[in-house]
Ligand binder design. Sequence first.
Ligand code: SAM
Length: 283
Amino acid sequence: KEVDLANPEVVRYIVRRFGLHMNKKLGQNFLIRHEAVAAIAEAAALTPGEQVLEIGPGIGTLTQALAETGAAVRAVEVDAGLLPILAKTLAHYDNVQVIHGDIMRVSIPDIMEHKPFTVCANLPYYITTPIIMQLLEQRLPIRRLVFMVQKEVAQRMVAAPGSKVYGALSVAVQYYTQAELLFEIPPQAFMPAPEVTSAVVALQVRTEPPVKVQEEARFFKVVKAAFAQRRKVFRNALQGAGISKETVTRMLREAQIDGERRGETLDLQEFAAVAEAWTKTLQ
Ligand code: SAM
């Protein structure tokens, strides 16, 4: 068996040996604890031969744990300086392919050979939400996504209506997936230690959305409008998004939603009802 990379001494050695400077702008906080890495990889629930996408392998710590399951790993790393390191640390694994690129720009279907896959990543925190949103919105054949993110972001993903952190991300994540906050990881599990606590979430992609909407785009427009102006009541938030007063009144009446409520109190069902009512007013 290869050297376990998830170990403070090993990571320190690699950093020194390659003269590596962690790039803060790219969110480079590398995991150094075996238990944390093992728990994240386990949460991905991989089986041998199945495809898994890792975003930002860093020096290959989590990549190694994923490779050890026998899954076919594709790891996309934006920092070219890490490629020679990854070539060394993962040399032993013929089931790993490292791809140089920005996850927001590469063609994920091509990388995953148009097959179903799982996603597992310790995400760079500066770009967490855009990465998650694009993975979900692209409607890729993803089974499950396991992410380590900032604890606050994890809480937003699983938040219920009315909670302070319930927002557009909560609705989108819960529309596409069944989201579960699994466990927290302290700053000391990383090198360098970030200022925030992290948490691991598992998002199991749904086969059917939990609410029925004729036009998904309209549903998300309503959601976006509701949270764009959080201090406004729902009626005014909808008008603020450019929908006429008359249409808003008709929509709300049809959906039987009190326009004086705040948007953030609406659940998925209610957002769907408003979106459906909007579609109806246009017919
Ligand atoms: N997986 C490693 C670990 O757990 O130790 C590193 C995780 S570190 C938090 C985030 C990684 O994502 C870094 O290696 C960083 O260079 C990479 N990264 C940042 N932005 C990226 C992007 N747009 N596309 C692909 N990788 C990116």
